[in-house]
Design a protein around this ligand. Structure first.
Ligand SMILES: Nc1ncnc2c1ncn2[C@@H]1O[C@H](COP(=O)(O)OP(=O)(O)OP(=O)(O)O)[C@@H](O)[C@H]1O
Ligand SMILES: [Mg+2]
Length: 463
């Protein structure tokens, strides 16, 4: 059995998260514990394993402070299937819209993709060889060994030497194919095409699952047709590699493992959970509130643990880790129905980000925005550095605009920086060419942005 859960310790998990997310220590600690607890469960005595329930987490915090980012990174670290859904997008079963079970199906889909590509990776070398063989067969149709008897009086050894010669030629060509010398040469290949017609359902009350099943069924019924295509060897390699790798992996095994991976390691992130909680204050009990509560009731069995049908098989949701998040500006966590509250026992509050946090966010994460710009300009062979006081100034401006216009958290850094860099991105490489070096100074930041910040009407639209 391949390892489903990596055995990272809570401290290691936090250290990994620290490389991408500034601050939010409480949230990091708690997701780290939740993740480790799953490993603990998997490695606990068998009779207890099924008793241990996951520590679902409710993240509370304003927009753009890192809620989604933490969950997303967590899944990457854990190599876990991960999906993010918006609670507000769901509708109660029986109404038009997405039903909540679709999130579990999406998770399995994700898991299948992960397992399939891992398996493909594992058969890569073997598949590559098969592809080379296939291309060689097309390039030099092998001299078929002459059947015995028909050779008659011909020299017995002749067949042998033909075969040897053939083999030598093949090896020579194999070498050329391998080091790309023949990449541009065109050959004819057969490509498999399964034809799945697009079926539209009229007046449809068919849910996603049945729809998928119908699609797949009809796809399987249609004959797979081989179609000849003229392509370069380089293209052929990509196309054939896909086919050969697919032939080498056992899809039943993939499905089974994917289900298990989703069950034991899956993470479902339910965003905007506060949007389906309704402040009970003016309890009129009518209108939209009813259906919101309906969504919560539909969520309940999934979060509590139930069996969901997917096209890959039945999946039990008991040990999936659910992380719900919301700003809870209007509704409070206590406005969720009690059963659902009980299913998210761990509450973490994320802090609003300070000007100082912004400065660190600009500079430090592995995927920091400034690093992204440096990387993009590197592609143009243009150097880029940001002065430290320029970063401080950017952080100050972003913070100020958040205060004046609307607080969108760290997302503001993106708009501010993109406005700052806009002219450079346009002038490179035509005006500012290779080997130039751009230095972003505090003065430059002020020159490009201060006018905008002062003009509230403008900054509303631009920053
Ligand atoms: N603490 C942080 N450290 C580093 N980057 C952050 C942090 N908070 C937010 N960001 C950046 O801001 C972007 C938006 O953050 P994220 O998607 O996590 O917001 P959110 O809290 O989920 O907000 P929403 O409630 O609107 O969904 C992220 O892509 C990330 O780059
Ligand atoms: Mg989010």
């Amino acid at each position: 059995m391949t390892e489903l859960l990596k055995d990272l310790t809570p401290r290691q998990i936090v250290a990994e998260l620290d490389q991408y997310i500034i601050g939010q220590h409480d949230a990091k600690r708690n997701v780290a514990i939740a993740l480790r607890n799953r490993w603990r469960r998997m490695n606990s005595p068998a009779d207890m394993q099924h008793e241990i329930t996951p520590n679902n987490i409710l993240m509370i915090g304003a927009t753009g402070v890192g809620k989604t980012e933490i969950a997303r990174r967590l899944a990457k670290i854990a190599d876990a299937p991960f999906i993010k859904v918006e609670a507000s997008k769901f509708t109660e079963v029986g109404y038009v819209g997405r039903d909540v079970e679709s999130m579990v199906r999406d998770l399995v889909e994700q898991s299948v993709n992960m397992v399939r590509s891992a398996k493909k990776e594992a058969v890569q070398v073997r598949a590559q060889q098969l592809v080379e063989d296939a291309i060689l067969d097309i390039l030099i149709p092998s001299v078929k060994p002459v059947p015995n008897g028909q050779v008659g009086f011909e020299n017995e050894n002749k067949g042998d030497s033909d075969a040897e010669l053939n083999e030598r030629t093949r090896e020579r060509f194999r070498e050329k194919i391998r080091n790309g010398e023949m990449d541009d040469r065109k050959i004819d290949i057969d490509v498999q095409q399964s034809q799945t017609p697009n079926i539209g359902v009229m007046g449809g009350s068919v849910d996603d699952l049945s729809m998928m099943n119908i699609q797949e069924m009809i796809g399987n019924m249609m004959p797979k047709r081989g179609k000849k295509r003229k392509v370069t060897i380089a293209e052929a390699r990509t196309i054939l590699l896909e086919e050969e790798a697919a032939k080498l992996i056992d899809m039943d095994e993939v499905k089974e493992e994917a289900i298990r991976k989703a069950e034991d390691a899956g993470i479902i992130f339910i965003d905007e959970i506060d949007k389906v909680a309704s402040a009970r204050s003016g309890n009129g009990g009518g209108g939209p509130d009813v259906s919101r509560e309906g969504v919560q009731r539909d969520l309940l069995p999934i979060v509590e643990g139930s069996a969901v049908n997917t096209k890959y098989g039945v999946i039990h949701t008991d040990h999936i880790l659910f992380i719900a998040a919301g700003a809870f500006h209007v509704a409070k966590p206590s406005d969720l129905i009690p059963e659902l509250q009980g299913r998210f026992p761990i509450r973490v509050e994320l802090q609003s980000l300070s000007e100082d946090d912004f400065y660190h966010i600009l500079k430090e994460p592995r995927n920091a925005l400034t690093k992204q710009y440096v990387a993009m300009l590197e592609a143009e062979e243009v150097g880029l550095t940001f002065d430290d006081d320029a970063l401080r100034e950017l952080a100050r401006i972003a913070f100020e605009v958040n205060g004046e216009v609307e607080n969108i958290g760290a997302r503001r850094l993106q708009t501010v920086l993109s406005h700052l860099m806009n002219d450079f991105m346009f002038d490179i490489p035509d005006v500012i060419g290779a080997n130039a070096h751009v230095v972003v100074t505090k003065d430059l930041v002020n020159e490009k942005l201060n006018g905008l910040v002062k003009n509230r009407d403008l900054s509303q639209f631009i920053l």
